[in-house]
Design a protein around this ligand. Sequence first.
Ligand SMILES: [Zn+2]
Length: 610
Amino acid sequence: MERTLDQLIGKITDDLNIEDVISHYITVERKGNSAVAICPFHQDSNPSLSISNAKKIFKCFVCNVGGNAITFVQKYKKVSFIEAIKIIADDFNLNWKDYFTNSKSVVENPKIKEIKKINLETLNFYKYNLRIEIEKNSHLKNYLNKRKLTDDLLETFSIGWAKNDNSLKDFLLKKDFKEEEILRASLVKNKDGRLNDLFFQRLIFPIIDQDNQILGFSGRIINNNNSIKYLNSSENLLFNKGKILYNLNNATEEILFKNNVIIVEGFMDVISFFKINIKNVVASMGTAFNINHIEKLKKLTKNFTLAFDNDQAGIETTIKTYNILKRHNINLSIINLSDDGKDIDEIISKNNKINQSYFEDRKISFLDFYYQKVIEKLTLESIQENKLREMLEIILSSKDFIKKEIILNKVKVKFGDDLINNFTNKIKLNPERKIFFENNLTNKNNQNDVNILYINKNLNKFEKKFDQEEFKLLINCFLSPILFDTLIKNHFVFVNEIYMKIFNLVIQNKELINGFDKTKTFFNDLLINSENDDFKKIVNNLIFNYQEFNKNENLLKELANINIENQIKNLAYKWRILGKENYKKNFIETDTTNDNDEKFDYLIERLKTF
Ligand SMILES: [Zn+2]
């Protein structure tokens, strides 16, 4: 089996302990459950770099540098991503040469090897052509100028030029490749027994994979004649369009560092983003986004951002992609282009002032996007059964619990409670779907809600919901030792400071909460020993709900099988939706130290990485 760079990255980031890797290069101290170090990326005197083995990341909470084991070495040694991989592999006895496909130890299909050789010669040939052609072809020169395709960009993306003749075929034959080999690389076509070049008068974009192998080529016309805009070399032993993400070779490092990937439709969108220094961008090769793409990207990040074309087709592709991604536990955002241009390339080319924050500001959740682009345009008169069903499927399948509720309420206002609530009676559904809709539309699945007296009266509806979730999590700690241990292991931080205080008290007195009676005694001791009214109120809440929960056999069963990761992730997700500012106001205001911002960012970072 061929070993790939992907696998080596996996070996380093998954199999090695990040603490072991970092402590190979700098001194790491243990502090209780966590590992910390003097940060090498700023003038540090107290250890501010914290390392999480569970999450496999490091982060400095002063200078904000963070990443995984590979990015640590990359930044520490000031080397490229690939160099960092090689350094770690050498230091940890992983033979990196085994993982680079052009190394001699890999036995490769000789036909594939031949295609790779031809592709490399072809790349150099086309690049050389472009340099010559620019000098004499003013139309091409204008095109490149207008598109702001500078020499640097042409070099970074290895862009070339195919002339208006059969010179590639002649060139390759002169290099002693046989006709059948050239045909196998699908760069020439057999026409009536004669070989002709595939590309004529096109800008050539090589398709390069993560191991820097050239897999194939795509050619773009530069004038609006009747030819198709992009022409790809056809699939062959090496080139499989459904598996390829354009620019993944350049973007891998930045995707890891930003913990986010932007997915676009075309090469020019990728290159345009690159012009304004947004480099975590890939494009699918004109094929639908599929499981191969997801598997590749999921290894690098779980945060995907879609920036497809700003037209009906783009909207449909976005929805289709959401439907594929929703089964994969991906956090999805959409860049909403509104009316600024038809695609990323046009928007960036047209406007000199555009920068990264322009796109950051336009990032919205998928449900908001869907509401603006689809639901708002529907009317009660025009909506048909299948559209109604599709709409509800999409809204209800969202794991974004709070956003889901907001959008569902908007939909009920727009189309009437009656239509939505009685939807399942009006349409033919199989029994399983019927239950899914009924449960979700009427919130029957929320039986385990807590009774809670709010300390902070200023909380809005959603903040209350979040607080409730945190409170539930805290009670569940008393019922499930596994949950409790997982939270400790992950250095979980409650936003509500009183919950956090109680949680810390429990950590220090673990033996006191062993069993129902002991736990009740523990709560009573807390009550007696406290003089803070807010604290007492919360403990009273805890006692009441703990007794109720303990009677609920279904809940206890559920807790025994609980997916803790998901529960925490869910909480982290809601936190982000509620917005930074509200939380700052309500929960951190009381803190008298002046490092609120820092502390807040720290909490955000912590939650985000679950
Ligand atoms: Zn630092």
